[in-house]
Design a protein around this ligand. Structure first.
Ligand SMILES: Cc1cc2nc3c(=O)[nH]c(=O)nc-3n(C[C@H](O)[C@H](O)[C@H](O)COP(=O)(O)OP(=O)(O)OC[C@H]3O[C@@H](n4cnc5c(N)ncnc54)[C@H](O)[C@@H]3O)c2cc1C
Length: 301
């Protein structure tokens, strides 16, 4: 760890930890150790960290709240940049426009919108994670997505330079945004729809009602494992293939929602990967449809 130490002692303001089990930082509660985890507190910290990594040729991985991630059992080499600690500011610039820190939880952004009667983000009710992660994933539900409320993002690039990427250049698509390689989203410019406080509250309530089945899943999970193939619902295909309750080690296809894999206690990444392979094979075998993962799989075996 000596190669990292001087930089962190001399320049970095945020917290730094070494040999960190990623199971403590992912909603699936799975994952081997990351060499280093750094929690930048502000833009200066983030910039210094990226320049340090670039100069020393250290790999890095950007982490939000880890709610869409499967980290392999061998962990992550290099630096995990944890964005969920700093970047917690929400600045309302106009009645319907806010600049939101990447580390702000979606739930917090939604709560402020609800109080102000700002709509367009009600779909985020019950989607965990940070605003930065939600943009990177173009998170969405029931026909609405982050792209509907994003005007652009402030990023710090690989070489430490700051930039603004407008929505038109993020090329949002299903669960995807094109953020330049190595760039970290620091803040998100969001514009909402002015509605009444009651209307926003009612739409949030309606969303929560729709999500009752998945909200009731209490075991660790990472949300939908597979994307919905064009014209199909992944959960239904998996259920029709008779896979609800199927297990590999302590990883199980949820009994409540077939597109969720839950950790029954001691699941390892290899169990989840084996179960994902089984699900893909079985759905391909029964329906001839290839399921693509929605969750991000990172790290070493
Ligand atoms: C119970 C449950 C329900 C869910 N329901 C939904 C749903 O309905 N719809 C949906 O779309 N998703 C859903 N998800 C998945 C997940 O919550 C979303 O994808 C969420 O937006 C991920 O945010 P995060 O902060 O946890 O990102 P992480 O999981 O930490 O990271 C996801 C990706 O974003 C990148 N990233 C994170 N932060 C940044 C940043 N600041 N700059 C650049 N890249 C970044 C990471 O490198 C990674 O590639 C659900 C998950 C759970 C556990």
């Amino acid at each position: 760890m000596a190669q990292y130490s001087l930089f962190f002692i001399q320049r970095f303001k945020g917290k730094v930890i070494f040999n960190v089990p990623m199971s403590g930082y992912t909603s699936l509660r799975i994952g081997g150790c990351a060499d280093v985890m750094a929690f930048p507190q502000d833009e200066g910290d983030l910039k210094d960290l990226l320049v340090f990594a670039e100069t020393k040729n250290f790999p890095y991985y950007v982490l939000g709240a880890g709610t869409n991630l499967l980290v392999r059992d061998g962990g992550i080499r290099g630096i995990v940049i944890n964005m969920a600690d700093g970047f917690k500011d929400i600045a309302w610039q106009e009645e319907d426009k806010a600049v939101v820190g990447a580390g702000v939880r979606l739930a917090e952004a939604l709560a402020q919108c609800r109080e102000r009667g700002m709509g367009g983000i009600e779909f985020a009710a019950n989607i965990p994670g940070t605003v930065g992660g939600a943009v990177a994933m173009n998170a969405g539900a029931y026909g609405s997505e982050m792209k509907d409320v994003v005007e652009g993002v402030e990023v710090i690039g690989r070489k430490g330079h700051k930039g603004f990427i407008p929505k038109s250049e993020l090329n949002f698509s299903y669960r995807r945004a094109e953020v330049p390689r190595g760039a970290v989203i620091a803040r998100v410019h969001m514009r909402f729809e002015k509605k009444s406080v009651d209307e926003v509250a009612e739409r949030i309530r309606a969303m929560r009602e729709k999500r009752k089945a998945t909200a009731a899943i209490t075991l660790p999970n990472a949300g939908s494992v597979f994307k919905n193939p064009e014209g199909h619902i992944a959960g239904r295909l998996i259920e029709e293939a008779g896979l609800k309750g199927e297990r590999s080690g302590d990883a199980q296809v949820s009994e409540a929602h077939a597109n969720y894999i839950v950790n029954l206690g001691n699941a390892r990444a290899k169990d989840v990967l084996a179960l994902m392979a089984l699900v893909r094979d079985r759905v391909y075998g029964t329906r001839g449809i290839v399921l693509e993962p929605e969750i991000k799989v990172v790290g070493e075996d």
